[in-house]
Design a binder for this molecule. Structure first.
Ligand code: KIV
Length: 272
């Protein structure tokens, strides 16, 4: 059996903490629909993130801000129907948790009830502490997200590396400790210096999963469509492309067009 699939029949939030304790790295990828989720789950990925990056990848928006709670629930429900083993974490979208803890809880409950997801992820630190606590008190597992938090892109102004200066790095470290203290089961660190990410991972007992945060953390996450090379205009240093699906799909579809035009498709065996 492959390393990725060993031992765990079904991944839970407790499994992830055990993995960190045992020094086993955690694999996480995004998925936004049934078909892709089935492949990702079948390949042994530990955590599937129904990320609000669906706003960019699936809907073509420039940022993650426009995606709605209803749309996130739609994506997550398809993913949940596909999986047998992976833990499914669903992003709370921009505007569904920032205004007050009661609204945050209502949004998280809708995700859990209507999609069947197993946990939610929220971006931010002490500013949203009360919202996270409220959700946790309802028995809903929460994954934190610090560093580059794309829902705040208009505050940052760019998608560049975060927490390079001491002040922001110190706040990030405090926020990570706070997220652990109040009961989050894991934290995503996005696009921060590798040394800082390792320091954070070593300072908490919950798993820290990085994207553009180096190798000293407890696991890695990538956007599925980026690592498969379906998107091709996005070249951050942290992204490893395992395939060039954009080109392969383009070739296959061009061939289909040619076959249709040349009356080559369907042939005698492909009709009734
Ligand atoms: O929405 C998303 O895909 C994410 C990952 C980049 C961590 O939050």
């Amino acid at each position: 059996m492959s390393v990725a699939k060993r031992d765990y029949k079904r991944i839970t939030v407790k499994t992830l903490v055990d993995m960190k304790t045992n020094g086993e790295k955690i694999s996480m990828l995004t998925a936004y629909d049934f078909t892709m989720a089935k492949i990702v789950d079948g390949a042994g990925v530990d955590v599937i993130l129904v990320g609000d990056s669906a706003s960019n990848v699936m809907a073509g928006h420039e940022t993650t801000l426009p995606i709605t709670l209803d749309q996130m629930i739609y994506h997550a429900a398809g993913v949940v129907r596909a999986i047998e083993r992976s833990l499914v974490v669903v992003d709370l979208p921009f505007g569904s948790y920032q205004s007050d803890p009661k609204e945050a809880l209502r949004s998280a409950i809708r995700i859990m009830k209507e999609s069947g997801g197993h946990a939610v992820k929220l971006e931010g630190g002490k500013e949203i502490k009360e919202s996270i606590k409220r959700i946790l008190h309802a028995g809903i597992p929460v994954m934190g997200h610090l560093g580059l938090t794309p829902q705040s892109i208009y505050k940052f102004g760019t998608y560049t590396v975060r927490a390079k200066e001491d002040e922001e790095a110190d706040k990030l470290k405090e926020d990570a400790l706070m997220l652990e203290r109040i009961g989050c089961f894991a934290i995503v660190l996005e696009k921060i210096p590798a040394k800082l990410a390792q320091e954070v991972a070593e300072s908490v007992t919950i798993p820290v999963i990085g994207i553009g945060a180096g190798n000293g953390v407890d696991g890695q996450v990538l956007v599925l469509h980026d690592m498969l090379g379906m998107t091709h205009e996005f070249h951050p240093r942290f992204l490893r492309r395992y395939m060039n699906l954009y080109e392969d799909m383009n070739k296959a579809i061009s061939q289909y067009v040619e076959d249709v035009k040349n009356l080559d498709f369907p042939n005698d065996e492909e009709q009734y």
